[in-house]
Structures are given as C-alpha cells and as structure tokens.
Design a protein around this ligand. Structure first.
Ligand SMILES: [Zn+2]
Length: 291
C-alpha cells in the first residue's frame, strides 16, 4: 500500500467559538434579562481570550522508571502529558514496566513511540530505521496503547526518517529543539503553530545547558504569554531526579514547582495544557503491512 503524507493529516480541530456557544445554552432565548445578556457577553469575551492563550505540551522521553511518579504529579493537578517510550526497554533496569506504563495510560496520559532501542536514526540504513520505528509502534499498539505520536531519539533524523515516521502511521514526530532560546536560538519562533508547521518535525523548547530550574522553565511560557496567540510551548523532559551531572535531568523539586505553576496558570485560564496527540487528533492508524 502506498501512503502519502496527505492521508495522514486528519485535521479535526474544534473551533473554540462553537465550544463557547455550546456552553451558553441560554444565550438567545426569549425574555433573557439585560444582566444575563451582559454575563453571556462577558463569558464570550473570556472564551475569546482563552482561545488566544498559549498551549503548554508536557512531554517525557525514554520511559525511565521515575516517569510513573512524574505522571502522578501531573494527574494530581489535573494535567495530562505525553510519554515517549522505547518498547524494547520496557521492564529493563531503570525503565518502566508494562504494568507501570499501563497505569500511566489509565491516568489519561498519552503514550508515544520512541523506537525499539533508541539509536541515532540518521546513521542507520533505512531498513533498520523502519524496523526501529514501525516495529516499536507495532509492539506498543499490540500492548493496547493508542500510539499516535513519535519522538526522534536524540532529536536525530534525516529526510528519510521523517517520511518513515509518517508512513508507520504516526500523526506527529517531535524533535528536541527549534523554538526560541535566549542564548542560542534568539530568532527562533517562541511557539510552534497549531497545527504544527511540519507534522514530521514538531519543534520544542530546549533547555540543554541552561539551569533546569522552575524559573527557566516558566520563562518559556511567560515569553509566549507576552507574545500572545495560541501557539504551542512544547517541553521535553528526561529523568526527573536529583543528578546535577546529568545535563538532561530535572530535579523533582524544580519540576514540582514548575508543574504547580502550570496548574495555577491553567486554572486562571492563562494557558491551556494538552497532550501532543490531541493537537492533530484523528484516528489511530494501523502500521501498514508492508512496513
Ligand atoms: Zn530519548
């Protein structure tokens, strides 16, 4: 079966305006009072403002064992994230078991694919890349996970890798940078578009080399809030643990402080928080038989 990227772009973004309308069933009925009218106008204004706030996407790579606690931290605050795992590492030392991953999915989080064994994909033959991406997705689907989203290990890919990710049935593939950084990427956009400009290369914020503090993390969001608009601020977390020598790890203290703040901002309708797969939406495609 020949697949085109076009077939894999199911766009079903719900218009915020129609949602606002549904939430005001009384609007427009006969005999409504002036104050009810004013209240509904205020609600409409609030909804319109809400529609323009940035959407924060919380993603976690590598399926390390600590992600079970991170998922609970999100759930307790009513937030949902996207957890990218290597199916070949599930149940191995330091990684999530299948049961733990199921517990994460049951809490409403999204499970995404991250290849079988976490290689530098662009350095592999295409047949190997295909196996790493498609067999991983196949394995996760077989375990019962609705896998729509993919993340490139190390953010590494070639043009062939991007095409393979889409042909394996993923609706998005996430990188590890491409959004604004105050030091090395000042001219990069502050937010990713909705839907992303390139579904096979969803851009993310990069904190590598920056102090991974709640304050640094917050600044990526407040910059987007100042800019206005509905764009995506995509965060990539690795291990949530105290290890200053691991430049990808985030300490639980800083992580929790950041997540508390995210929950507060969401409650105040100053941001939205979504799973990356829900931005594009659409069905969960099977892996084509010839892949
Ligand atoms: Zn990774």
């Amino acid at each position: 079966m020949r697949l085109t990227v076009k077939r894999l772009v199911p766009l079903c973004l719900v218009a915020a305006a129609s949602v606002a309308g549904l939430q005001n069933p009384a609007a427009g009925t006969a005999g409504e009072s002036v104050s009810a009218h004013a209240a509904s106008a205020q609600t409409a204004q609030r909804e319109a403002r809400a529609a323009r706030v940035p959407t924060v996407i919380l993603t976690f790579d590598d399926g390390t064992a600590d992600h079970l606690a991170a998922a609970r931290t999100l759930r307790k605050r009513g937030l949902k994230g996207t957890f990218y795992v290597n199916s070949g590492r599930l149940g191995t030392s330091g990684h999530l078991s299948v049961a733990a991953l199921r517990a994460i999915a049951r809490e409403g989080h999204e499970i995404g694919g991250h290849t079988l064994t976490h290689p530098y994909l662009s350095e592999e033959f295409e047949a190997v890349q295909q196996r790493e991406i498609c067999d991983d997705r196949r394995a996760l689907l077989k375990l019962g996970f609705a896998v729509r989203s993919f993340a490139y290990p190390f953010g590494d890919y070639s043009d062939a890798t991007k095409l393979l990710a889409m042909r394996c049935g993923y609706t998005t593939a996430r990188g590890i940078n491409g959004l604004h950084r105050p030091d090395s990427c000042r001219s990069c956009p502050v937010t990713e578009k909705i839907p992303p400009a390139d579904l096979a290369d969803v851009r993310a914020t990069s904190q590598t080399g920056l102090p991974r503090t709640a304050r640094t993390l917050r600044e990526f969001v407040t910059r987007a809030q100042r800019q206005g608009g509905r764009g995506l601020v995509v965060f990539v977390f690795h291990e949530i643990k105290d290890n200053p020598r691991d430049r990808y790890a985030t300490s639980p203290k800083e992580f929790n402080a950041f997540i508390d703040w995210v929950a507060k901002e969401r409650k105040a309708k100053k941001i939205d928080v979504k799973r990356l797969g829900d931005i594009v939406g659409g069905r969960v495609w099977p892996v084509p038989e010839d892949m």
